[in-house]
Design a binder for this molecule. Structure first.
Ligand SMILES: Cc1cc2nc3c(=O)[nH]c(=O)nc-3n(C[C@H](O)[C@H](O)[C@H](O)COP(=O)(O)OP(=O)(O)OC[C@H]3O[C@@H](n4cnc5c(N)ncnc54)[C@H](O)[C@@H]3O)c2cc1C
Length: 388
């Protein structure tokens, strides 16, 4: 990249981050508590997110998106998650679907779908998980049978983010359930809601409120053959996992945002709360907690930046994304708990923000591949890159 390109990117990044900061202050902060408490989908905020272009953040300008780098995108996600993590899920699952089309779709699919995804007129997410499997995706049972120039799909997907309010999903199915290795029988479709594709229920959650998580049922759902991403059967797992690289960096960035918010709350509360005649931040036991928390947040941020840079350079970055996801999300769980402890009894109260952060953080160690799986991925790549 030329020096002038870098300067332009930096300026573009500054402008977009400023707009995001204004949006968060004006349109989000005043409403988070009530929306979260009542688990309400934030319709008006979504309209503002459309205007900001967030639904097209990493979609290329020729298809109507902002064409941001993953590095800039990760900073947006961090800032949004510092205020309300749920919002990042509304555009991130959507962008993983869009990235699958952008990277692996046919030109006709890109032209047909990406402009509508970029404007937010058509939103959605990624439908991989099923009631009987999440980590072991090759065990999915949703099946697509070819009938002439269409497929008929039957199966159930669960935990699908944006399942109720989204209109279109990247849907992982088996096009050949008997073939070995199993991934060669897997394909990814762009499935729009219609007859045979229904939402069977909304799932209730510990945290991550506001965004809808749902179970989707496909019963004799007929889909044209040209909705098969890339037009070729047997590539579905590869396409879904390619999208998850971006997803994992995003989840890691959410972890940084949640940890930073929990740290901010602790730093300010510890200066206000007094015990034994002095603010608790002057007790060494609290200082040690604050120091460890701040160090984890910064280390997590650097790992996210490192993974985003690798992604932007066009390399496969499963190991970097895995490390960032693992460290930053464990940091979110740990830092939110420590912040709650620093708040004493108030930390357990619904009136304090840290209670929400503590409920939101655990999702991060599960979503986009559990942290147990991340360790396996990191170790596998470590060995692959260092053969003897
Ligand atoms: C709020 C929320 C939103 C979600 N959004 C989406 C979405 O939009 N789209 C989507 O497709 N899915 C989504 N998911 C599903 C999520 O991706 C899965 O829950 C996750 O991948 C884990 O799968 P599982 O729940 O089936 O757990 P399992 O795969 O059953 O795993 C259970 C436990 O076993 C461990 N484990 C499994 N295999 C191994 C192994 N080989 N070695 C060591 N440990 C192992 C796991 O780490 C975990 O601790 C969402 C989940 C939640 C909670």
């Amino acid at each position: 990249m030329a020096a002038s390109d870098t300067a332009q990117t930096t300026e573009q990044e500054r402008l977009i981050l400023d707009s995001v900061a204004r949006f968060l202050d004006r349109d989000v902060k005043p409403h988070v508590h009530a929306l979260e408490r009542d688990d309400i989908y934030p319709e008006e905020i979504v309209e503002r997110m459309k205007e900001l272009g967030l639904f097209g953040a990493v979609i290329r300008p020729e298809y109507g998106g902002l064409g941001l780098s993953c590095s800039t995108y990760a900073k947006i996600v961090e800032r949004v998650s510092t205020v309300w993590m749920s919002l990042s899920g509304i555009f991130n699952s959507h962008l993983i679907m869009a990235s699958a089309v952008q990277r692996f779709g046919t030109e006709a699919q890109r032209r047909e779908f990406l402009p509508r995804f970029a404007s937010g007129a058509m939103r959605g997410g990624l439908a991989l998980t099923e009631p009987d499997c999440g980590t072991d995706l090759q065990a999915i049972r949703t099946v697509a049978r070819r009938e002439g120039d269409r497929y008929v799909i039957d199966g159930v997907k669960t935990w699908i983010s944006n399942g109720i309010h989204g209109q279109c999903f990247a849907l992982l199915v088996k096009t050949d359930p008997s073939i070995q290795p199993r991934h060669r029988g897997m394909s990814l479709f762009l499935a729009e809601k219609g007859p045979g594709f229904t939402v069977s229920r909304k799932l209730e959650k510990l945290g991550y409120k506001g965004i809808d998580s749902a179970e989707l049922v496909f019963d004799n759902y007929v889909i044209p053959a040209d909705r098969l991403i890339g037009g070729q059967e047997g590539r579905g797992l590869q396409h879904a996992l390619g999208g998850l690289e971006l997803g994992r960096i995003n989840v890691a960035a959410r972890g940084v945002g949640v940890s930073q918010a929990a740290l901010n709350e602790a730093v300010s509360y510890s200066q206000l709360r007094k015990t034994f005649g002095k603010p608790i931040c002057q007790h060494q036991a609290i200082q040690i907690k604050l120091a460890d928390m701040a160090t984890q947040v910064q280390a997590a941020r650097l790992l996210v930046e490192n993974a985003a840079r690798a992604y932007d350079s066009g390399e496969r970055c499963d190991m970097e994304a895995g490390m960032a996801k693992l460290f930053a999300t464990e940091a979110a769980v740990n830092v939110s708990l420590e912040s709650m402890r620093i708040h004493g009894g108030y930390g357990y109260s619904k009136e304090f923000t840290v209670e929400r952060l503590y409920r939101d953080a655990p999702l991060l160690v599960i979503g986009e591949g559990t942290n147990e799986l991340q360790r396996i991925i990191i170790a596998r790549h470590l060995i692959e890159r260092n053969p003897v």
